[in-house]
Design a protein around this ligand. Structure first.
Ligand SMILES: Cc1cc2nc3c(=O)[nH]c(=O)nc-3n(C[C@H](O)[C@H](O)[C@H](O)COP(=O)(O)O)c2cc1C
Length: 199
């Protein structure tokens, strides 16, 4: 049984919701799954004033824990077309894991959320992949066998690089069924690949 960690940061809850579907998909593929968050860096009073979703049930992870998993699925909202600093700060504490080759050969995969349809979903995921390759992860995306990503019937996130959602400028749009279905499939796919690699 593969051990999968869904590790995310979310200010307003969109990535949190996607993380839940990723986890469901991985569990359905037979994996043992944990869902955890990286620590917040914004001061509590600023987070509250900015309307951050403060009631997130997922426990906070430590970088060292990543060595215990066969796969890590990373979720981050876009910040100027790149990952959020909360996630990068967490990753920048992985020097010890990098130095000891602790993550080499594990599956790594990324999902994201942007406010606007073309606001940097692909750049966020692909630039995140660069970091995963430095750490030795085997990068897994969302193959085109997951047909929801081909729809033209509605506005939807999702690409071969990974599941995505679109929050809208005011954050009012919630992840759609089509987007959550792709998140589920990404979790399922990651768990299947991780189980094969774990052999
Ligand atoms: C500093 C900052 C930069 C952002 N940059 C982008 C961006 O480049 N493109 C975009 O579409 N949305 C951008 N956003 C919007 C966030 O990506 C959006 O709030 C997020 O996807 C919602 O996910 P969450 O609810 O999980 O936090 C930015 C938000 C902030 C606060």
């Amino acid at each position: 049984m593969a051990k999968v960690l869904v590790l995310y940061y979310s200010s307003y809850g969109h990535v949190e919701t996607m993380a839940s579907s990723i986890a469901d998909g991985a569990r359905a593929a037979g994996a043992k799954v944990d869902v955890k968050r990286v620590p917040e860096l914004v001061p509590a009073e600023v987070a509250e004033k900015s309307g951050f979703k403060l009631d997130q049930a997922a426990p906070i992870a430590t970088p060292e824990e990543l060595a215990n998993y066969d796969a890590v699925v990373f979720g981050t909202p876009t910040r100027f077309g790149n990952m959020a600093s909360q996630m990068k700060n967490f990753i920048d504490q992985m020097g010890g894991l990098w130095f000891s080759d602790a993550l080499v050969g594990k599956v790594g995969s990324v999902f994201t959320s942007t406010a606007t349809q073309h606001g940097g979903q692909e750049s966020t995921i692909l630039s995140f992949h660069t970091v995963l390759l430095h750490l030795g992860f085997v990068v897994v995306g969302l193959p085109y066998s997951v047909k929801e990503q081909t729809t033209l019937a509605e506005i939807s996130g999702g690409s071969p690089y990974g599941a995505t959602t679109i929050s809208g400028g005011d954050g009012a749009r919630l992840p759609s069924d089509n987007e959550l279905s792709m998140a589920y499939s990404q979790g399922h796919h990651v768990a299947e690949v991780a189980a094969k690699l774990a052999g």
